[in-house]
Design a protein around this ligand. Structure first.
Ligand SMILES: [Mn+2]
Length: 407
C-alpha cells in the first residue's frame, strides 16, 4: 500500500472551500496558434477569483499540460500559477491526465508535498489519500491519475484476474481506497464516464473516448468527485460527480460556450454547496461572417483583429485565395469556410487538412491535382507507404461520394 497521509490543520474555524479546475492543456496550440498568453491570463484570473472567494484548495483534475513533452513556456506558466496560489496560502491537488506524462507530473512530488502541493502523476498500485481537517472533522482527498486497464494490470496481484475494460479498471482502482463512509471523502480523477455530453467536432477525441467509457455507477461513497477529461462543464449521474470543464475554448466547435471553474464548499457530511465561477478569456474565440468585402472592411477588422476567428464567407462564388487575404487582416484566423458549407472544388483543387484538429482549415485553388492524387501523396508522406489497391479503391469511392457531381 502506498499512502500519503497527513493531517492538515487548515483553517479550523471554517468549512473547506475548493476550486475545481481541469484540462488546462498548457502549451496547447489551436490551428497552429499558441494559446500560452491566453492561458497565462486566464490562470491569473483564476488566482484573483479564488483569493476573492477565500478558497482553501485548488484541484487540478488532469491534462495539466497539452503534451507529454511540454515546452518551457508551458512549464513556466504552471510554475507561476502554483507559486501565486501558494503565495496566497492555497493548497493544490494535481493529478495527471491523458495528455500528461505522469512521471513528469510526479517530478519533485516530495518537495512539492512539503509546500502543500499534492501531486499524483502515476498509478502506483493503490489510491493515494491526503487527510485534511476542518471544523466539521476529517476530510479525505483521494487522488487517482488517469488510468487504463494496462496500467492497473501492471500492479495487480498474482491472484487477481487481469482487468479488461475501463470500467473494471476504475472499479479495481477504487477498491484500493479504504473509505470511511462516516467521514467526508473527495475523489479526483480523469476518466470518461458514460452519459456525458461531448461536443461533436470538439476537443476530445470522440473515437478513443468511446473505448474508454466507464460506468458511473462504480463511483460510490464519495461526497464530491472532481473530474477532468471532458472540456464541457457538467455533472454526470449525480450533482456531486462533476467535470469542471476546461478554462478556455480549444476548438471551433466550442465557440460561444461559457467557460468556468467549479466552487465547492463542504460542510458537515451530506451538506455541500456547488457553484460555477465564469472565466473570461483575454482573447476571445468567435465566429464572424459576411461577404468578402464586409470582412475586409476597416470596421470589422478593427473589431476582431485580436480575436481567434472562424470566418464564414457569405458568397455564392468562390473567392480565389480568400484565406490568404483574410489571414493578412485577421492574424488569428482559425478557419475559413463558405456559408453554404460546400467545399468548392471546381476544376482541380489542392486541399490542406489540419489533421491535428481533424478539421479542414484551408481550401485553395492551384489547378494542380485531383483529390485522389493528393490523398495518395498525403498518405505516403505520413506512413511512408503507398496505398494498396483496395485502399485506393476505397478512397476513390469516398472521394466520389464526398465531392459528388463536382468530381
Ligand atoms: Mn483534456
Amino acid at each position: 500500500m502506498f499512502y500519503k497521509e497527513r493531517a492538515v490543520l487548515c483553517d479550523i474555524i471554517k468549512a473547506m472551500k475548493f476550486a475545481h479546475l481541469a484540462d488546462l492543456h498548457l502549451g496547447r496550440k489551436v490551428h497552429s496558434y499558441s494559446m500560452i498568453e491566453n492561458q497565462r491570463k486566464v490562470l491569473e484570473q483564476v488566482v484573483e477569483k479564488v483569493i476573492k472567494k477565500e478558497v482553501d484548495a485548488v484541484i487540478l483534475a488532469g491534462d495539466i499540460y497539452d503534451s507529454s513533452v511540454p515546452e518551457a513556456e508551458a512549464m513556466e506558466v504552471l510554475n507561476e500559477f502554483l507559486t501565486s496560489l501558494r503565495a496566497a496560502d492555497i493548497e493544490v491537488f494535481m493529478i495527471a491526465g491523458t495528455h500528461d506524462n505522469g512521471d513528469l507530473i510526479d517530478y519533485g512530488a516530495g518537495l512539492l508535498e512539503a509546500m502543500d502541493i499534492h501531486v499524483c502523476g502515476r498509478w502506483n498500485g493503490a489510491m493515494e489519500c491526503i487527510d485534511m481537517l476542518d471544523r466539521y472533522g476529517p476530510l479525505h482527498v483521494w487522488c487517482l491519475p488517469y488510468i487504463t486497464p494496462a496500467m492497473i494490470n501492471r500492479y495487480r496481484k498474482e491472484e487477481d484476474a487481469p482487468v479488461e475494460t475501463f470500467t473494471d479498471a476504475m472499479r479495481y482502482a477504487l477498491s484500493t481506497a479504504k473509505l470511511d463512509l462516516e467521514e467526508r471523502n473527495i475523489l479526483i480523477a480523469h476518466q470518461y464516464f458514460e452519459g456525458v455530453t461531448v461536443i461533436e467536432g470538439g476537443p476530445e477525441d470522440y473515437l478513443s473516448l468511446s473505448k474508454e467509457a466507464v460506468d458511473v455507477s462504480v463511483i460510490q461513497g464519495y461526497d464530491y468527485v472532481a473530474l477532468g477529461h471532458i472540456h464541457t462543464a457538467q455533472a454526470v449521474g449525480s450533482e456531486t460527480i462533476r467535470y469542471s470543464g476546461a478554462p478556455l475554448n480549444y476548438s471551433i466547435a466550442e465557440i460561444g460556450m461559457e467557460k468556468s471553474f467549479t466552487l465547492l464548499t463542504l460542510e458537515e457530511k451530506g451538506t455541500f454547496r456547488i457553484s460555477t465561477i465564469a472565466l473570461t478569456p483575454e482573447k476571445d474565440m468567435l465566429q464572424i461572417s459576411g461577404t468578402f468585402n464586409d470582412l475586409i472592411s476597416k470596421e470589422m477588422c478593427d473589431q476582431y483583429r485580436d480575436s481567434y476567428v472562424n470566418i464564414i464567407l457569405e458568397e455564392t462564388d468562390e473567392i480565389p485565395d480568400a484565406i490568404y487575404a483574410l489571414k493578412e487582416k485577421y492574424p488569428y484566423v482559425m478557419g475559413v469556410s463558405y456559408a453554404d458549407g460546400r467545399v468548392r472544388l471546381r476544376g482541380k483543387t489542392e486541399i490542406h487538412v489540419d489533421l491535428k484538429d481533424g478539421m479542414l482549415t484551408e481550401v485553395r485553388t492551384l489547378n494542380l491535382k485531383a483529390p485522389q492524387a493528393l490523398f495518395q501523396e498525403f498518405y505516403e508522406d505520413r506512413t511512408g507507404e503507398k496505398l494498396s489497391f483496395v485502399q485506393s479503391q476505397y478512397m476513390n469511392e469516398l472521394i466520389a461520394k464526398a465531392f459528388g457531381e463536382e468530381k
